[in-house]
Design a binder for this molecule. Structure first.
Ligand code: TNX
Length: 534
């Protein structure tokens, strides 16, 4: 239909009786299976939240659920261990017959509700589902929830968002607010793009200049001058304590933070701080503007020592299985012009600079693997032969994903422009600035994650999908939030819900409640997402 807009909060009520049974379950992402039942469960401040004695994780999850209820509806049920009628039971049962740790069942009758999972993460997702059901009407006070049985499990293991904090920096609190919204949509991977030409944003104890020098730039043009014409630096970085804080905050919400240290290109801020890391020995400024820059890391032992030391500190801070080493847009001019690099190329018996980049990534990949981690990189790592166990993040369309999966590599789909949230989402006059080509809510919802060219066997290499937010155009947190949401809700449903259960019109019916939840949380989702003809 034309021009669907979200209903107002009062229109989105769950209603009662027959109306309730007919209504869609107001949960995003849509659960894998929902079986309606007759009756309603009344959730109030007197409803006991029951956990097994001594189950610390279940207690934490139940308390979190209670706090979210207080924030949304103004009442906070108590967590306890006693047997009682009318309770919400939070059960972790390692022997429960469920598809994965992230799976759960949620059984709601008129006499209570029970969430069952075999691991804490599944219990958390069940609690999120129940919280969404309890907040679907946008109202305050006691919540009426239709009786039903939900059996739920994700379609993909990688349900990600990437945030570029190099071009524009975001505070710890802003990142946490984003992580919170991710968790409420069962997104589980936060890819943190921490370094680029325009800024190095993570403290490294052994190399303080990375943030002292590399953490500041003088922006090109008027933005880089104050009223008297004096240079006005743009700065920002996270201390290691702040990084640990964010990683822990994410872990409590079952989100893995995958750090990215971009190499061998997008390295200008690092080379500005330590010119000896570069090919020429010269010191560039931290890049004052956007685009592809030519500064590359050198390929000598000194640079590898530096990079391994940096990655050592990074791996101490981030417990993630994957470490992202970039690999994108490394224009090879400096390597081509350097006699020392050319000598190295011959010494290694390599054909060209592509193979040299492959060797470069492979050497660092081996280092990462020696610490029990896995390398992931942008699809350029396929050029010149990817390191054997590398996982590929396909951004230049889907060909990279197809080639990688056929060669036996795991892949994550994050293609431009389909999942590039720096693109505008409507052509409305008040649309948040961004790159042209509208990537609408519906485009994201309908994005085909598994390339049709892959056989069933090859398709098993598809770990999932991720939306990327590059922030050249996203100067403020308001812009970041509006660019990400509600499109991230469509991504969540695309990557969590089994494909046969995808239903755009049904999703649209659930959006008003979702939009109301953002408003209630003080989070700025874009109304303009609905200002396009779908
Ligand atoms: C390409 S996508 C980049 C980024 C830019 C982006 C702008 C990728 C791996 N590299 O450095 O920010 O285009 O959309």
């Amino acid at each position: 239909g034309a021009c669907q807009r979200p209903q107002t909060e009062t229109d989105a009520g769950t209603g009662t009786g027959a109306a309730t049974a007919a209504m869609t379950t107001s949960v995003i992402p849509r659960p894998a299976q929902v079986e309606p039942r007759s009756g309603q469960f009344l959730l109030t401040g007197k409803t006991p939240l029951r956990v097994s004695a001594g189950d610390g994780e279940a207690t934490r999850i139940a308390r979190d659920f209670a706090a979210r209820l207080r924030q949304a509806r103004g009442f906070e049920p108590q967590v306890g261990t006693g047997e009682s009628d009318g309770a919400v039971n939070f059960l972790i049962d390692p022997k429960a017959p469920l598809a994965s740790d992230e799976a759960y069942t949620l059984d709601i009758t008129d006499r209570g509700a029970t969430i069952t999972a075999r691991a804490p993460v599944g219990l958390f997702y069940g609690a999120v589902t129940l919280w969404q059901l309890a907040t679907a009407d946008g109202g305050q006070g006691d919540a009426r929830i239709a009786a039903q049985r939900i059996e739920d499990a994700p379609r993909f293991v990688w349900r990600g968002l990437m945030l570029d904090v190099a071009r524009h920096f975001r505070s710890v609190d802003e990142v946490k607010a984003l992580l919170d919204q991710m968790a409420l949509h069962k997104l589980n991977t936060f890819h943190w793009h921490l370094t680029d030409d325009q800024g190095w944003r993570i403290q490294i104890r052994q190399y303080p200049k990375l943030t002292e020098v590399g953490g500041c730039r003088i922006p090109a043009g008027a933005a880089g001058r104050d009223a008297d014409g004096k240079p006005k630096p743009y700065c920002g970085y996270y201390t290691q304590d702040e990084i640990r804080d964010v990683v822990q905050y994410a872990a409590q919400r079952f989100i893995t933070v995958v750090p990215e240290i971009d190499l061998p290109g997008h390295a200008q801020a690092a080379i500005a701080a330590y010119p000896q890391l570069g090919v020429t020995g010269q010191a560039p400024p931290v890049s004052p503007d956007w685009g592809i820059n030519t500064w590359l890391f050198n390929v000598d032992d000194g640079t590898f020592t530096f990079l391994e030391n940096v990655l050592g500190e990074v791996m101490e801070l981030f417990p993630s299985r994957y470490i992202h080493l970039g690999g994108d847009e490394a224009a090879k001019d400096q390597w081509q012009k350097s006699p020392a690099v050319q000598a190295k190329l011959r010494e290694l018996n390599l054909k060209d600079e592509m193979q040299l980049q492959s060797w470069f990534m492979g050497r660092l990949g081996t280092f990462i693997e020696s610490k029990g981690r896995r390398l992931i990189g942008w699809d350029e790592i396929l050029e010149g032969g990817p390191p054997a166990d590398a996982t590929v993040m396909s951004w230049r369309g889907t060909q990279g994903a197809i080639d990688a999966a056929r060669a036996g590599h795991d892949v994550v789909l994050s293609p431009a422009p389909d999942l590039y949230f720096d693109h505008i989402q409507s052509d409305a006059a008040d649309e948040t600035p961004g790159r042209l080509d509208v990537i609408s809510l519906k485009d994201v919802y309908g994005y085909q994650v598994v390339p049709v060219q892959l056989s069933a066997e090859q398709a098993k290499h598809v770990l999932g999908a991720q939306a990327n937010l590059w922030t050249e155009h996203m100067r403020t947190n308001d812009r970041v939030q509006r660019a990400l949401f509600p499109r991230a809700a469509a991504l969540a449903e695309n990557t969590w819900t089994p494909a046969p259960r995808h239903d755009w019109n049904d999703f649209l019916q659930r959006m008003p409640a979702d939009m109301a939840r953002y408003r209630a949380a003080g989070f700025h989702a874009a109304d303009s997402a609905f200002a396009v003809r779908f």
